[in-house]
Design a protein. Structure first.
Length: 310
């Protein structure tokens, strides 16, 4: 690793109905049923249901305090400053795999379902997808790299506080939807009292496209910028998954659909598939890193340059 002081063309991706993914009358997938493939567990690493933010536990108290700080500080102005600063990509030069190894030092304090080092989760996600979608190698790689933006926690990247790196993401510059977890804490966010930012559309317009929307700053948007500016050849659906995989208000409750364009609607189908693996693969199942590493190195070589600017 060396410390240093246009969207890529997307190839066509056809989305097939796999593993009995049910579709409702609006054309949106319902819960994913994974027959003869990845088995969705009933509980997370702590023996609780997934994404349960109300259960009483010491970890949950920490998670709620995390979201209180996050919701107060994630303003439109803050996000704009972070994007300008980190969009320069002038901090580190390293490969994708080097970043995977660097990330292994951290545990996500916002996650009520996981207390394992991050590389465990990345490989669990990627391998679960690989099992059920063997021909979609871009999706396997997306599973591996989707959380690499969490290196923002590292001293070489400014050692940002966790509230500025992890957690559910949401648009800023418009009203905070009530479906966002721990919504009550937004009342202390300055943008709530700013008429330019507190309406349904705020600074945006109907159907403007999510790529024009500022999302709360964190690892999702940062990794999206890294991939895009280093000219990855991942399809647009891969970049969409990277940027919006923590945008639960959208892919869980359908909030903010009024800001989406046609490309967003298509890419959301892949995000909903991906999310099942991202969320439910968080388990105590261990991955043999040495065994799978050659496969993922080949995908990295296919879709990314040898060294990236971060």
């Amino acid at each position: 690793m060396t410390i240093l002081c246009e969207h890529p063309p997307a190839f066509g991706v056809e989305l097939e109905e796999k593993n009995n993914i049910p579709v409702d009358h609006d054309g949106q997938e319902n819960e994913l049923v994974l027959d003869e493939g990845f088995v969705v567990p009933d509980t997370n690493s702590f023996g609780h249901t997934f994404r349960d933010y109300d259960i009483e536990s010491e970890r949950q108290k920490g998670v709620e305090e995390f979201y209180r700080t996050n919701h107060i500080n994630q303003t439109y102005g803050f996000v704009k400053r972070m994007r300008e600063e980190y969009g320069k990509l002038n901090r580190v030069e390293m490969s994708i795999w080097e970043c995977c190894e660097l990330l292994n030092e951290f545990i996500d304090e916002s996650d009520p379902d996981l207390d394992e080092p991050q590389i465990e989760h990345l490989l669990q996600t990627a391998e679960a997808i690989r099992k059920d979608y063997p021909d979609e190698d871009w999706l396997h790689l997306t599973g591996l790299i989707h959380d690499l933006g969490k290196v923002l926690l590292h001293p070489a990247f400014g050692e940002l506080p966790q509230w500025a790196v992890v957690g559910d993401t949401f648009p800023v510059g418009c009203a905070f939807d009530e479906s966002i977890v721990h919504h009550k804490y937004f009342t202390e966010n300055p943008d709530c009292n700013n008429s330019a930012y507190n309406s349904k559309y705020g600074v945006y317009s109907e159907g403007c496209g999510l790529d024009r929307v500022f999302m709360s700053w964190g690892h999702d948007d940062y990794m999206y910028l890294v991939a895009k500016e280093n000219k990855t050849t991942l399809p647009s659906a891969g970049l969409f998954i990277i940027r919006y995989h923590s945008f639960y208000a959208l892919h869980r409750t359908g909030a903010y659909r009024h800001l989406m364009n046609e490309e967003d609607v298509e890419n959301l189908k892949w995000l909903k598939i991906f999310n099942k693996y991202d969320l439910y693969s968080k388990s105590k199942v261990r991955i043999d890193v040495d065994k799978v590493k050659p496969y993922y190195l080949s995908l990295i070589e296919k879709y990314f340059p040898a060294k990236l600017r971060w």
